[in-house]
Design a protein around this ligand. Structure first.
Ligand SMILES: *[C@@H]1O[C@H](CO)[C@@H](O)[C@H](O)[C@H]1NC(C)=O
Ligand SMILES: *[C@@H]1O[C@H](CO)[C@@H](O)[C@H](O)[C@H]1NC(C)=O
Ligand SMILES: *[C@@H]1O[C@H](CO)[C@@H](O)[C@H](O)[C@H]1NC(C)=O
Ligand SMILES: *[C@@H]1O[C@H](CO)[C@@H](O)[C@H](O)[C@H]1NC(C)=O
Ligand SMILES: *[C@@H]1O[C@H](CO)[C@@H](O)[C@H](O)[C@H]1NC(C)=O
Length: 490
């Protein structure tokens, strides 16, 4: 029997909400090619999870939840009970969750995987899609599914949220013979097609904060100004003391910029998990404390943010207040790591953070910067020059912002002619929604957009089985769309 367990994610990362209810599962291993697009015979073992308790046999669908930019340990297993407990039950579906290569334990070159040469050779989303396609085909065979058009065919729906939502949509586009439909939640396609201005993301984060509590934006902006003033005059030991940074302070040179950026990315994380709105979310708590601090204790408000809100647990509750702020614990792994990485919403920490830093340094380039009037953050424009220098220093690679979109044609104007049956869901309070597909591109082709006016980052996926009214309605709508597609396919 499945049971739900609280999963804690530390640090800020946009892959998954900082909290999610998950269904623990046993790890399985699949022999994968290291290189799908070369004739090399090298293989590795990819970790994945499977749930067949609702599986109704050949002729029933397979639901694939794409792993994104983090490892998936067994205690997390099959995340999103709405998929494994509701969608799968409704349609007798089998649920598969492949871990993305180079994250967690799916390491194409074992412990040597993190070396720059291996990353350059095999760490791409193309390879990750090909991994998933192989796993799907092999599962269909093992489950005695028959070919398309016959009654024993097992139609495939690929599901994902955030970057993995992008991958879900790309699975449908790039593997139309393997994947019949996709459900892409909070998938920021337009960042990867370079169709979004750099200030849009944090402008939306600001707008949502203000919506969450009136006066929040002005208080936060003023506090950041105080922080910048303080950095102008203080030396590193004073900075460490003011923000209760743990001893020894390992990176005095970057300390101020690391702290500034970690504060900014914490607002990005709080924005992503700000659901249900107007409940006791971390964002509301933080807005409240910055408004209360205005004019007299702004720096203390940042210290509290570091000690509390960077450690979120169940339902937005702080895990516990740390006694000091461990900056290194929030940095990506690897040489020359800085909190400000390829993704200016934050890369997360450790190896996962390092791998996402690499991806945003190579093919998943995201233009996210600070500096418009609509933001509550100090001006700090993103530039391609900064990214190039960062990526050269970190991985000796050059960012390729246009390669994927030129090859695959997923920009908004081209999508309609390239694909069909993709459901895009977005929460309109989510910073990432600025890069989402928010319009019904074609009802006939099933390129459908559903927007949650109060939703945050893939809230309808992350929320457990106790639903808000808005999520309940959207889930009903999704069940109807999937049901209709399955009829169409059979
Ligand atoms: C790949 O080919 C080499 C040389 O024939 C062989 O030794 C090796 O076992 C093969 N590896 C796999 C995974 O088949
Ligand atoms: C698939 O079919 C074969 C041959 O009919 C049978 O032996 C096997 O048990 C079936 N496998 C599954 C998973 O149903
Ligand atoms: C930083 O400034 C304080 C106060 O002026 C001083 O006592 C301390 O020695 C300085 N520390 C460093 C590392 O420069
Ligand atoms: C800070 O985090 C690093 C990396 O996770 C760890 O090695 C170190 O022991 C931690 N330091 C403190 C004081 O907790
Ligand atoms: C797209 O169409 C569906 C009905 O098929 C509708 O429920 C939904 O609101 C539409 N989305 C937008 C953004 O208008």
């Amino acid at each position: 029997m499945a049971f739900f367990k609280l999963h804690l994610l530390l640090g800020a990362c946009w892959a998954l909400p900082a909290v999610s209810l998950t269904v623990p599962s046993k790890a399985l291993w699949f022999q994968q090619k290291v290189n799908h697009f070369s004739a090399s015979n090298a293989t590795y073992l990819q970790r994945y999870y499977m749930d067949d308790k609702h599986w109704a046999g050949p002729g029933s669908p397979i639901f694939v939840i794409m792993g994104g930019e983090r490892g998936i340990p067994p205690e997390m297993g099959i995340f999103w009970p709405w998929i494994s407990e509701v969608l799968a039950r409704q349609f007798g579906g089998l649920v598969l969750v492949p871990e993305h290569r180079f994250y967690g334990e799916s390491l194409p070159y074992g412990p040597a995987s993190y070396e720059a040469e291996h990353l350059k050779g095999a760490m791409t989303s193309q390879e990750a899609l090909a991994d998933a396609a192989e796993l799907i085909r092999s599962t269909q065979l093992a489950r005695n599914c028959t070919v398309t058009g016959t009654s024993g065919y097992c139609p495939v729906l690929v599901i994902g949220g955030s970057y993995s939502g992008f991958l879900a949509a790309m699975m449908r586009m790039r593997y139309p013979a393997v994947v019949d439909m996709a459900y892409a939640s909070s998938a920021p396609l337009k960042f990867y097609s370079q169709e979004v201005g750099q200030y849009a993301y944090y402008a939306k984060v600001t707008e949502s904060a203000e919506k969450s509590m009136k006066g929040c934006a002005a208080a936060v902006l003023q506090a950041f100004q105080k922080m910048m003033d303080f950095f102008q005059t203080a030396n590193s030991s004073q900075i460490a003391q003011q923000f209760s940074v743990c001893e020894p302070v390992s990176q005095p040179a970057d300390l101020a910029d690391n702290l500034l950026f970690l504060a900014e990315q914490t607002f990005a994380t709080l924005n992503m998990v700000n659901y249900p709105p107007n409940s006791n979310t971390g964002l509301r708590r933080t807005c409240g404390s910055f408004i209360a601090a205005a004019g007299h204790r702004e720096l203390e408000a940042f210290r509290d943010l570091f000690l509390q809100e960077t450690h979120l647990g169940f339902m937005n509750q702080p895990l516990s207040r740390s006694t000091c702020f461990n900056v290194s614990a929030h940095l990506p792994a690897g040489e020359s790591a800085t909190a400000r990485c390829g993704d200016w919403s934050g890369c997360s920490s450790g190896r996962d953070g390092e791998m996402w830093d690499f991806q945003t340094c190579s093919f998943e380039v995201e233009r996210i910067g600070f500096g418009s009037e609509e933001q509550m953050f100090p001006s700090h424009p993103w530039t391609m020059e900064w990214l190039k220098e960062h990526c050269m220093k970190r991985f000796a690679v050059r960012p390729q912002p246009k390669s994927l979109v030129d090859l695959w044609g997923f920009d908004e104007a081209t999508l309609v002619s390239s694909t069909s049956r993709i459901l895009f869901v977005n929460g309109l309070n989510d910073g990432w929604s600025v890069a989402g597909i928010l319009q019904n591109l074609s009802r006939e082709k099933g390129l459908i957009a559903i927007n949650l006016p109060n939703g945050a980052h893939h809230s309808e996926l992350s929320l457990g089985l106790e639903e808000t009214e808005e999520v309940r309605q959207v889930r009903q709508q999704i069940l109807a769309i999937v049901g209709q597609w399955l009829e169409e396919i059979n």
